[in-house]
Design a protein around this ligand. Structure first.
Ligand SMILES: *[C@@H]1O[C@H](CO)[C@@H](O)[C@H](O)[C@H]1NC(C)=O
Ligand SMILES: *[C@@H]1O[C@H](CO)[C@@H](O)[C@H](O)[C@H]1NC(C)=O
Ligand SMILES: *[C@@H]1O[C@H](CO)[C@@H](O)[C@H](O)[C@H]1NC(C)=O
Ligand SMILES: *[C@@H]1O[C@H](CO)[C@@H](O)[C@H](O)[C@H]1NC(C)=O
Length: 411
């Protein structure tokens, strides 16, 4: 049975393609197509609210936080989530991945990737239009009567945890913490959530499931969207250290390396190099300043944000063209102080941000750091992360490994 794994893989890919086609066909039949969109190459776009809705989108700002796991994306997400005019969704593309390729979470196969990206772009386009019902195609088990308790990390989205979407008892300006939201708000009624989305001026979505910015070109160039991409990057050495701590099973061999001092022969280096390649590709695209990204792309280093959260946040809002509101300012003041006792939660953002960003320097062995420096040489240089020449330099907090760089958005 030597080639049985190939057969299984082929079968799986075929079923993925069929599922995706089936979903497309199903939605295309159940809703009418939006007039006027076919000419713009948006034939897949569906329209529930009538033809004018899509045209009004141009007044909104659609924000995409393009990140990777453990790069500080929850933190950046909060900077938008806290704003009262912004409807924020935390990782809705989780549902696409979960529905289409549940067993291939680490997959880099080109066909898996194409299927994922095609479906992801359709979903993003719908969500920016506040068409939350489009998400129902991907939620498992499917919502009944347009209500569900299965929206991934609902509690991370303030708009889904305050009135009128949440009808838990309490004051009118109720805004529950993540855990409380899930416990107290009851089923999520997607019709009410869609209305709440339309009531806000802007929509922001965070994702770690789009590899690079050129994967978003169709959306950036879509005349009916006003998409602005915030690309969040972080020192890959920091990402590696943070993932090894957080995803203990998946990064078991890296921890073994740290524990034993010897690199396991079967270590999967792509767990590191994939991040570096995706960053390098995106950053190269951004730095060549292509016309299609003009005014649409901002590169943010997590380390800069951690060091001067307020200043960087002002720059981000300046780029988005949205006035900063006091809720965001207050959230920053409340969440970036030194407060070690509060930094326990796995996905939490309450922590001394500057110290957190540097913690990896004490969490990896010098061997591992040297390995990462050599595997990710190109992107470290591109992003202004200095290689540590020795263990002494690595551990010496007075030596900065982050060069001053100014990655201003171009317009
Ligand atoms: C946009 O929305 C406004 C109300 O918010 C409405 O009056 C108008 O007809 C809509 N369509 C266009 C194309 O402006
Ligand atoms: C869904 O709505 C229909 C019609 O209102 C109702 O009969 C049915 O019981 C509802 N299903 C659930 C699971 O609430
Ligand atoms: C969801 O909200 C809509 C709009 O308020 C309402 O008409 C519908 O009955 C609600 N659905 C359920 C299942 O409660
Ligand atoms: C600051 O955080 C604490 C603890 O999470 C919370 O109780 C308090 O309401 C927050 N204050 C502001 C102004 O957000």
């Amino acid at each position: 049975m030597q080639c049985s794994w190939k057969a299984v893989l082929l079968l799986a890919l075929a079923s993925v393609a069929i599922q995706y086609t089936a979903i497309r066909t199903f939605t295309a039949k159940s809703l009418r197509a939006c007039p006027g969109l076919a000419e713009a190459g948006l034939a897949g776009r569906l329209c529930e609210e009538g033809p004018t809705a899509a045209y009004n989108l141009s007044r909104r700002t659609h924000v995409l936080i393009l990140a990777t796991t453990r790069s500080g994306s929850s933190f950046v997400g909060q900077l938008l989530n806290q704003h009262l005019d912004v409807f924020y969704l935390f990782e809705p593309l989780y549902h696409v991945q979960n529905a289409l390729i549940p067993r291939f979470t680490q997959s880099r196969s080109p066909s898996d990737r194409r299927v994922m990206l095609g479906a992801s772009r359709d979903l993003l386009r719908s969500l920016y239009d506040c068409d939350l019902h489009f998400l129902e195609n991907y939620i498992k088990p499917p919502p009944v009567n347009h209500t569900t308790d299965r929206v991934f990390r609902r509690g991370a989205s303030r708009g889904l945890c305050s009135r009128p979407v949440c009808d838990a008892p309490g004051p009118a300006d109720l805004a529950l913490e993540e855990g409380d939201c899930v416990r107290k708000c009851g089923l999520l009624n997607l019709t009410v959530a869609a209305a709440a989305c339309r009531d806000r001026s802007h929509v922001a979505i965070k994702t770690v499931r789009v590899p690079e910015v050129s994967d978003l070109r169709a959306l950036v160039e879509d005349p009916r969207l006003n998409l602005k991409v915030i690309q969040l990057v972080r020192d890959p050495r920091g990402i590696l250290a943070s993932r090894s701590e957080t995803f203990r099973d998946t990064y078991r061999l890296w921890r073994l390396w740290h524990g034993t001092g010897r690199r396991p022969y079967n270590l999967d280096a792509t767990q590191l190099t994939t991040v570096c390649e995706d960053f390098a590709n995106s950053v190269s695209t951004g730095l060549t300043r292509p016309p299609w990204l003009k005014g649409k792309y901002m590169l943010v280093r997590y380390e800069d944000l951690a060091r001067s959260p307020m200043k960087k946040t002002e720059e981000i809002y300046g780029f988005l063209g949205i006035p900063l509101d006091r809720h965001v300012v207050r959230w920053i003041q409340n969440n970036t102080r030194a407060d070690p006792a509060a930094g326990k939660h796995k996905y939490g953002t309450v922590r001394n941000s500057a110290a957190m960003a540097e913690k990896w320097r004490f969490r990896l062995s010098y061997d591992m750091v040297a390995f990462a420096q050599s595997a990710c040489q190109r992107v470290l240089a591109q992003l202004g992360y200095r290689a540590a020449a020795s263990e002494a330099e690595l551990r010496d907090p007075s030596v900065s490994l982050v060069e001053e760089r100014d990655f201003r958005p171009f317009s």
